[in-house]
Design a binder for this molecule. Structure first.
Ligand code: GLA
Length: 729
């Protein structure tokens, strides 16, 4: 049983395969956090949190017990307004204007399996995954407001999933100002470093790791999307933690909109870590009998360093977050015409690219931006989801038939959430975009954002997209989103609900995606937001892969894919070979290295294949052929980071197939150096006594590869790379 209630001690012991998480109810009133870490058993005793009386500046909520102050108490779900001066998980305003609330332990229940948050994505774990759910209910007696804390515990997947539900059983409305999904307070423990994944457009998910110190850390997005700038993820690590050993405590939010994650140590050395919806563009009017549910937060602890943490997320995301039909299905080698043609294409050009891609072994052709409305540049057309017959006189169907006749699949780009002011849709519905009456509507890439919370807009998009998908034999969709939200107001909401607009946007987006992916389960959906501006677990629930970055330079991609891999497995990452000089950074790198970087994830090609030199053509054909042989391992094996891109010896990672029989080692040099003795790379996760053979027939024991390391062949030029395939014999 993954959840044990100890009645006498008033404790809840949650156990995953390798982790324990323990909650104790103090004074019959306050659920406090007693432990999170390696799996353990406590003897039957109470007082796991050793609270002590402190000074008068930390007032006591109960006359009867002076050792209690919220300032020191590691509460499971902290509010604000009494003696907890750290950032709260919950902030409300009641109908009298007061923000006080006193949530006191009310009851608990344990459910088999788990339910997902209403209308939101989440991990599809069931009782068969050794998953049960504890619901701890707190109640404020004056407002008759209930707070349900959900903890789903999966032994098999080694994860604890938290979310919060607020129910208004009183007879007055309550305004929710901040409702986070999860808080963990570490009592008397502040020996941490904070890790997060930051970035910008074309520079997503770089790694930041700094000592926690004594000031607060805020990792957030206010952009209406999870963003290029910060991923909805935060980890606390011990200073000695590295890729292979040491404790990691992490939270990842299954949400695609604005979010916040916080870490801070208070004056008593209590560390608070929490994650949930962003507070600045959020407020929710909770009417009597109404309820509100937060997105879910995934809590992963690993005693085996960062690779240990990533391994847990990777398996969970692959098998229980991404849509079930895709959890084991191999992804096709695709070609995309964006960097090949941009908006400048016609039927003939597309057919020629299809011919060329087909002869090189590619399996899916993706027609990117520009096939619809009057869209010859980014200045017009978004929202008009009908084929541009001037550009494509035969229509989409003839192109998809053309690809299908060759045995290739056919995919299409959409940017459903946007509207160009120069579009028929905007001319007929100027109030469908997010805006505040009388205020300027800021454009980004000449476009405005649709108010996705509105049912009629979701219905319009559903109708027009579903028609195109079903009438034209579409096998794949790239779902893009190319600007962030501004002026988040809705023409459909009353004034007191305007601050609900951003969250309603995400709920509306989820509802639309849910309808479409359920209607078309055979279509492979890939999400995108100017590359990886919305690479988050929320999107992965609907769409099993994401275009990792608009930056296709193979050296920059090492940093981006390395950072992305902390949470997201290679099968969720789109990676394309593009032309040189690279369009984003003008760098020239060898075609082999562009191939190796892209082959580390879901391989695609995004360049004008007609311009390939004969020797390049030959190399591309070989890459595609080789990738098909190794893709099962790449897409469904265990990925391990070895040498970071920040190292001066190059970057390395490896993947081991799920049966352990195939091992792929990727090594990327950066700049060549004189008198270089090369590098011995120590592999991981192999069977010590098994023999492994390279493609050249060289044999090694697992112990040799792991403890002595493999000597990497000398590199021939800057940005050269090697892919070594080993097979167990
Ligand atoms: C975004 C995407 C690109 C491409 C363009 C088309 O920038 O990330 O891959 O689809 O839009 O406009």
């Amino acid at each position: 049983m993954s959840i044990v209630y100890k009645e006498k001690e008033e404790q809840f012991h949650l156990h995953t395969r390798n982790t324990s998480y323990i909650i104790e109810v103090l004074e019959g009133r306050y659920p406090v956090h007693a432990y999170w870490g390696r799996k353990l058993r406590f003897t039957d005793r109470t007082g796991l949190v050793d609270l002590r009386e402190v000074c008068s500046f930390s007032p006591n909520p109960l006359d009867s017990n002076k050792t209690l102050s919220f300032d020191t108490m590691p509460r499971e779900y902290p509010d604000y307004g009494r003696s907890d001066y750290q950032s709260p998980a919950l902030s409300i305003t009641d109908s009298s204007g007061s923000h006080l609330i006193d949530p006191v332990y009310d009851s608990f229940r344990i459910e088999e399996g788990r339910s997902l948050p209403q209308g939101m994505p989440g991990c599809r774990l069931t009782a068969d995954d050794g998953c049960d759910t504890l619901v701890l209910t707190l109640r404020d007696s004056i407002l008759d407001l209930y707070i349900d804390l959900y903890y789903s515990v999966s032994e098999e997947y080694d994860v604890i999933i938290r979310r919060t539900e607020i129910r208004n059983c009183g007879n007055k409305p309550v305004t929710l100002n901040k409702v986070l999904s999860s808080t963990v307070d570490f009592y008397g423990d502040s020996d941490f470093e904070v890790m997060n994944l930051y970035g910008a457009w074309t520079r997503e998910r770089q790694v930041s790791r700094i000592p926690i110190g004594r000031s607060g850390h805020l990792v957030d997005s206010k952009r209406g999307a999870s963003s290029h700038e910060q991923n909805p993820f935060l980890a606390l690590l011990r200073p000695e933690t590295d890729e292979f050993s040491g404790d990691v405590y992490s939270m990842s939010l299954v949400y695609s909109g604005s979010f916040m994650a916080e870490a801070a140590v208070n004056s008593y050395g209590k560390t608070r870590m929490q994650i949930g919806l962003q507070e600045i563009d959020f407020q929710w009017q909770l009417e009597p009998s109404g309820s509100f549910t937060t997105p879910e937060a995934l809590l992963v602890f690993s005693p085996d360093g960062l690779n240990g943490m990533s391994g847990i997320y990777h398996r969970l995301f692959r098998e229980r977050l991404c849509p079930a039909p895709w959890s084991k299905r191999e992804r096709p080698v695709l070609m995309n015409n964006w960097e090949a043609t941009y908006f400048d294409f016609n039927e003939e050009k597309i057919k020629a690219l299809i011919d060329e891609g087909h002869s090189l072994g590619m399996e899916l052709f993706v027609l990117d931006d520009g096939w619809f409305g009057r869209r010859d540049s980014d200045a017009s057309g978004l929202g008009d989801w009908f084929t541009n017959l001037q550009k494509l006189p035969g229509g989409l169907k003839s192109l998809s038939d053309y690809a299908h006749r060759k045995g290739m699949q056919f995919g299409l780009w959409f940017e459903p959430e946007m509207i160009s002011p120069d579009s028929d849709l905007y001319r007929s519905h100027p109030d469908w975009c997010l805006h505040v009456p009388g205020r300027y509507r800021s454009e980004g890439r000449n476009q405005l954002v649709l108010d996705m919370g509105r049912q009629e807009i979701q219905d319009y998009l559903y109708g027009s997209i579903a028609a195109i998908l079903s009438e034209n034999g579409i096998d794949y969709v790239k779902w893009d989103m190319n600007r962030n939200i501004t002026e988040a107001g809705s023409a459909a909401l009353p004034s007191e609900r305007q601050k609900e607009t951003s969250h309603r946007y995400i709920l509306g987006l989820y509802s639309l995606m849910d309808r479409l992916v359920n209607e078309f389960p055979e279509i492979l959906f890939e999400s995108c937001s100017g590359g990886g501006g919305r690479f988050d677990p929320g999107m992965l629930y609907y769409m099993p892969q994401t275009w990792t970055s608009d930056n296709t330079d193979s050296y920059e991609r090492l940093f981006i894919q390395w950072g992305t891999s902390y949470l997201y497995p290679p099968v969720t990452m789109g990676a394309h070979v593009s032309e040189v000089p690279n369009h984003q950074v003008k760098r020239i790198t060898p075609i082999e290295t562009r191939g190796n970087a892209a082959m580390s994830a879901n391989l695609g090609y995004e360049l004008d294949l007609m311009k390939l030199l004969p020797e390049e053509r030959e190399k591309v054909a070989k890459q595609v052929e080789f990738y098909k042989k190794i893709r099962r391992t790449i897409q469904f094996g265990d990925f391990i980071r070895l040498l970071p891109p920040s190292s001066d010896r190059g970057t390395a990672w490896m993947t081991v197939s799920d049966d352990g029989a195939e091992v792929l080692v990727f090594y990327f040099g950066h700049l060549l150096r004189p008198n270089d003795l090369g590098c011995r790379l120590k592999l991981r996760s192999l069977d010590t006594d098994r023999l492994y053979m390279t493609e050249d027939g060289e044999k090694y024991y697992g112990s040799e590869l792991m403890y002595a390391g493999i000597s990497l062949p000398p590199l021939d030029c800057d940005f050269d790379s090697r892919l070594i395939r080993l097979q167990a014999i």
